[in-house]
Design a protein around this ligand. Structure first.
Ligand code: NBP
Length: 488
């Protein structure tokens, strides 16, 4: 610790929990000198006397010490609990910093908070970056995916550090590029997490179907290991195979069989779902994944209901291998639909916010380091590189062909699940999304008629140009006045 330190550090990091410590060690391993601070200062000494020994890491005993340690323009990165703690540190830091200095928030902050902070700090001459960091503990240490947004003037001073510590793909391309203004970085990270929810839920549904078909946990693990060799190759499939082969030390059972089926959540899936509702972007597969966790958490209720409510039993498939392959194709097609929804949400929200996002680059950032890293993100990058204004991944030739190839198995899998009473909310909602998106006509004509019937909300006609609105006096009792204020 120091109180009369010379400005020697390239960056200061506040927050010595799992993410902060590992990011600091990563930065030091890339040749940067890092100043470290934490609200509970004893954690600074524990760190500098422990994991940080022998590295270019300097502890600070106060925020004043931290700021004094930094080379200009000062770069201070917050890796603290999202929410009030970030605002509290910003309030304490701003009087200590000079115009042109940079505050970076690397926590899981809500995008709207990052937009607010970018604007507020700009008024004080300070530059703000709100950045998503994905990859958990190991990613932070060895190479996370980093999604920075905010004040672009800060980027040249931060880029060398972030791109040095980020995961690399394709022989060196960093999984870190400037995303866009204001809360764009945190928005992209939020959607990443929403897709992660969907991806995990779809893997869980595949797992449940395999178990219902009679596979043991290790047998299902071997299936996932095999799937990981092909087009589903991804971090989440890989860890699923590992998890299913793990034996519990206490009982000798597969560990997964003694883990209680009540899932937790920290809120980023819900944020993504709310953002989708706000943007009018149909991301139901992501939302279903959030609801599936909520349903799982009602464990005691479900146990009680299971004694009251009955349904069909899942019939073991005649050809188990054929069924396993069918589930694999259903998972792949559902996954494509979930990613299509995530990118559609990015697209529609960016339009609302006035941001220009590079979707190919976003796919590239998610290609390594982060939890949803997967081989098929290369194909997503290719699709957006070929057509930057692509409306939906489903219509890109590669994904169109993939879904066309898999849709028979996808439908059979959902049908088998429905017949056998196995809930597959993500699979079935992904399939409904595909069927709705490929439908030139949906029954919304009836919805519009109903809305006009009870609320005089008007409708457009198929035989008239868009933008012309009509009202019918359906009952002969109402008038001919259309509603302008009541919306339902
Ligand atoms: P936590 O989210 O557990 O936060 C711990 C840090 O926040 C400690 O430094 C703690 O200081 C500080 N803190 C808290 Br809690 N309340 C505070 C307050 N009111 N004022 C000041 N400081 C406060 O740490 P983490 O798991 O390392 O995550 C850091 C950020 O990165 C979070 O936003 C998280 O969502 C995000 N993230 C985490 C992961 C992951 O895998 N864990 C992955 C990606 C992103 P103290 O030591 O004095 O209590």
């Amino acid at each position: 610790m120091t109180s009369d330190a010379a400005a020697q550090a390239d960056i200061g990091v506040i927050g010595l929990a799992v993410m902060g410590e590992n990011l600091i060690l990563n930065m030091a391993s890339r040749g940067f000198t890092v100043a470290a601070f934490n609200r509970t200062v004893s954690k600074v000494t524990a760190f500098t006397g422990g994991r940080a020994v022998g590295r270019t890491i300097v502890g600070a005993g106060s925020l004043e010490d931290l700021v004094a340690l930094l080379k200009p323009p000062r770069r201070v990165m917050l890796m603290v609990k999202a929410g009030a703690a970030v605002d509290e540190f910003i309030t304490l830091l701003t009087p200590l910093l000079a115009p042109g200095d940079i505050i970076i928030d690397g926590g899981n902050s809500h995008p709207a908070d990052s937009t607010r902070r970018t604007r507020a700090l700009a008024e004080q001459g300070l530059l703000f970056i709100g950045t998503g960091v994905s990859g958990g503990e190991e990613g932070a240490l060895t190479g996370p995916s980093i999604m920075p947004g905010g004040n672009v003037q800060a980027w040249p001073a931060v880029q060398p550090i972030f791109q040095a510590i980020a995961a690399k793909v394709d022989g060196g391309a960093p999984c870190c590029e400037w995303v866009g203004p204001e809360g764009a970085g945190h928005f992209v990270k939020m959607v990443h997490n929403g897709i992660e929810y969907a991806d995990m839920q779809m893997i869980a549904e595949s797992y449940q179907l395999l178990r219902a078909a009679g596979l043991s946990a290790p047998e299902a693990g071997a299936v996932f290991a095999r799937w990981n060799e092909g087009e589903l190759h991804s971090y989440l499939i890989e860890i699923t195979a590992d998890i299913l082969s793990k034996v519990d030390d206490v009982t000798g059972q597969p560990l997964v069989d003694v883990i209680l089926d009540a899932a937790g959540q920290k809120g980023t899936g819900k944020w993504t779902s709310v953002a989708a509702l706000d943007a009018g972007s149909p991301a139901a597969t992501i939302t279903e994944a959030v609801y599936a966790r909520a349903m799982s958490a009602l464990k005691a209720e479900r146990v009680a209901a299971s004694a009251v409510l009955s349904g069909p039993a899942f019939a073991a498939p005649a050809d188990r291998e054929a069924f396993v392959e069918q589930v694999r194709q259903a998972l792949y097609a559902s996954k494509i639909a979930a990613y299509a929804q995530g990118f559609q949400l990015l697209h529609l929200s960016a339009q609302d916010a006035g941001w220009t996002l590079d979707y190919g680059q976003i796919a590239q950032m998610w290609r390594g380091g982060c939890i949803i890293r997967a081989a098929f993100l290369d194909r997503i990058k290719d699709a957006y590189d070929a057509q930057p204004a692509l409306a939906n991944l489903l219509i890109a030739p590669y994904f169109r062909d993939a879904v066309h190839g898999a849709q028979g198995a996808w439908r059979e899998t959902v049908a088998a699940a429905v017949r056998g009473g196995v809930p597959v909310p993500a699979f079935s909602s992904a399939l409904a999304y595909f069927d709705a998106y490929r439908s030139a006509a949906l029954p919304a004509n009836l919805l519009q008629a109903q809305r006009d019937y009870f609320g005089a909300h008007t409708y457009e006609r198929t035989d008239r140009p868009r933008g012309e609105f009509f009202h019918t006096n359906w009952t002969g009792r109402g008038g001919n006045t259309a509603s302008t204020t009541y919306t339902a």
